[in-house]
Design a protein around this ligand. Structure first.
Ligand SMILES: [Zn+2]
Length: 622
């Protein structure tokens, strides 16, 4: 990089000039450019400008960038230095593996460190046409994504811009000079794999099963590995193991939330649930089906010989640079055992409040209440509405080493470091209510109760909130007003209710329009009328997905949350105590700024994130 360009990079990184100014100046001569910089007040003199060149030569270390940006605490760094007797060479991997810093923040810092732009592959649109121009094997071997052309340079997205050897090899193979920008390593491999496997057809998806690496087991002790080896010995060949690993690997890359193995007389049908819909991806022949089921049960440490009762288990594997949990449920059906695997991919969710899709208004209300020292926070919604994800993200946001956080769940979905998590076990008498009663005696500061289903649980939770604990929970109800109704119907005392609650919210997950095939479109006038005031939206631009290989022709890809949040104001508390009708309470909440689920959904349509059809499917008229 030329001296002049380095000066400008350094100024940009220090926010002395913006990207547009950088682009305008980089093509000028240093003499002219420096004059302009002085006129702008970005530097004081020519000499001062060259100082930025020298400071750019003193490349900053990753820990320096992370600490100066406030992403890594000096205490955490000291702990690592103590443990490794110095800053370890693979600091970034350690920070990510130990959940000390989010991958996104680590790679953003790497970008800053190397004066490169950062690209968030979760939001950035991939240039399909440009990507297709390059040999997929080269892209896969060197793990980069062609991003855009800038003059005669190809801008590539890569995880490590300091890997000069790899970048030089890429340049010599593709025959272009390149410029590098940075993205999260696992995101890059995910996108490349996604581009490779754009089809859900069995042949395309599983053609390379024989090359599938055996998935690495995480955190399993020696006993399990021995059991695994024993099991493999008894198997005729390891092709079953490869088949199962391949099904799991592809499911992760397809972002499936569940993997179904349904047993029929003709064989085993494998289905993926992606963004809420099921797709058949593979049929396993009748000869292999029992081996596949046995393998799955073995992975989940279940009793292979027991075939008549339902069993639940879990396992963990390393896939695409991250550890992923799987929860396994086995159920005997008339044709044999049927298995469903729930994918618990913490990374896919991020468990970051800022990335769940909360509009600012609701996020502010939610955060304000979860950071209060005590009181109840209740999230309402049907199964699959993302309630648990919201609560886990809240836990991650509020937990500190100084506080004791205990959860009781049915079952524990994600293991979070440094908090005590308890599984409900109804058979052994460990219910939400009995567990919660014991938790209160364990001196907690914050408690999460997976779900309030009965009066007893509600009552203990409310008492815990009244005695200085922060209590997070969920309830099976359609919206915040229904949630109040359910609690009152359970027999909760309105006075205690009003005294203990900070906030009730409700949520749904709606499908987002696929970014790869999003097109403007004019919805039917009648459709818009359904949503309310036609006149107000007649000039609005609406979008939908036309269907493409990335969304399996559904027009949708990924989901986002819609929310309604109701803080319990004094007026609303008085209304609850006075047993005011739900309709009146709702009116009051709206007058205090509550956006209803329906309004929140409608906003997503107006903003071009989702479609009228989708929100009609997911929400009811107010
Ligand atoms: Zn699409």
């Amino acid at each position: 990089m030329a001296v002049w360009e380095k000066i400008l990079y350094e100024l940009k990184n220090r926010n002395k000039i913006d990207k547009a100014r950088f682009d305008a100046l980089v093509s000028k001569t240093p003499a002219d450019g420096i004059k302009e910089l002085i006129a702008l007040g970005a530097v004081e003199s020519e000499q001062a400008a060259y100082k930025f060149y020298f400071s750019s030569l003193r490349a900053r270390t990753l820990e320096d960038v992370l600490i100066s940006e406030g992403t890594l605490s000096a205490a955490d760094l000291e702990r690592i230095i103590d443990e490794f007797k110095g800053v370890p060479g693979n600091l970034k991997d350690i920070l990510i593996e130990r959940n000390i810093v989010y991958p996104l923040a680590v790679y953003k810092a790497i970008a800053v460190q190397h004066h490169a732009d950062f690209v968030d592959l979760n939001t950035e649109k991939i240039d399909d046409a440009l990507f297709s121009k390059f040999d997929i094997n080269i892209v896969r071997r060197y793990q980069f994504i062609p991003h855009k052309m800038e003059g005669d340079k190809l801008v590539i997205i890569i995880d490590d811009p300091s890997d000069v050897e790899r970048i030089e090899e890429i340049e010599s193979v593709i025959g272009f000079p390149t410029a590098a920008c940075v993205a999260v390593k696992s995101d890059i491999s995910r996108i490349i794999n996604l581009m490779i496997e754009t089809s859900l057809s069995e042949t395309a998806l599983f053609s390379d099963t024989d090359d599938t690496p055996l998935l690495k087991v995480v955190n399993e002790d020696a006993d399990d590995t021995a059991a695994d080896a024993e099991f493999l010995k008894t198997m005729s060949d390891s092709s079953i193991v490869k088949t199962v690993d391949s099904v799991i690997l592809k499911a992760i890359r397809k972002k499936a939330s569940d993997i179904h193995f349904e047993v029929y007389p003709e064989g085993l049908k494998v289905k993926y649930r992606i963004d809420g819909a099921l797709y058949v991806v593979k049929t396993i022949d009748v000869k292999s089906k029992n081996f596949v089921i046995s393998r799955l049960k073995n992975m989940a440490s279940l009793d292979i010989s027991e075939k008549r009762i339902p069993q639940d288990g879990r396992f963990k594997r390393f896939i695409d640079d991250r550890a992923i949990d799987f929860r396994v449920s086995v159920l005997p059906s008339v044709f044999g055992e049927t298995v469903v695997i729930r994918v618990l991919d913490q990374n896919a969710l991020g468990l970051d409040l800022n990335r769940l899709g909360f509009p600012d208004h609701d996020l502010v209300r939610f955060k304000k209440n979860i950071f209060k020292p005590y009181g109840m926070i209740l999230v309402a919604g049907p199964t699959g509405s993302g309630k648990t994800t919201t609560l886990y993200s809240a836990i991650r946001a509020i937990k500190t080493p100084e506080d004791k956080f205990i959860t009781i769940e049915d079952p524990v979905e994600y293991q979070i470091p440094d908090i005590v998590q308890i599984n409900v076990n109804e058979k052994k008498g460990l219910t939400f209510a009995s567990g919660l009663r014991s938790i209160v005696r364990q001196d907690p500061d914050e408690i999460m109760v997976g779900e309030i289903r009965d009066f007893e649980t509600a009552n203990i939770a409310i008492n815990a909130a009244l005695t200085g604990h922060l209590v997070l929970s969920t309830i099976h109800a359609n919206n915040v007003i229904d949630a109040i109704g359910r609690l009152v119907n359970m027999g909760v005392d309105p006075y205690q209710f009003a005294a203990s609650f900070n906030l009730i919210m409700s949520q749904r997950l709606i499908r987002k329009i696929c970014a790869s095939c999003r097109k403007e479109h004019t919805p039917d006038g009648e459709m818009i009328k359904l949503m309310g005031d036609f006149e107000a939206y007649k000039d609005n631009k609406f979008f939908r997905g036309e269907g493409c290989r990335f969304c399996h022709n559904t027009g949708y890809s990924g989901r986002t949350g819609i929310y309604e949040t109701m803080p319990l104001s004094d007026t609303i508390k008085a209304m609850v105590i006075g047993r005011t009708s739900p309709l009146e309470i709702k009116k009051q909440a709206v007058s205090e700024g509550m956006t209803t689920l329906r309004q929140s959904a409608w906003k997503r349509v107006v903003d071009g994130v989702s479609t009228i059809e989708e929100i009609n499917r997911m929400t009811f008229e107010d």
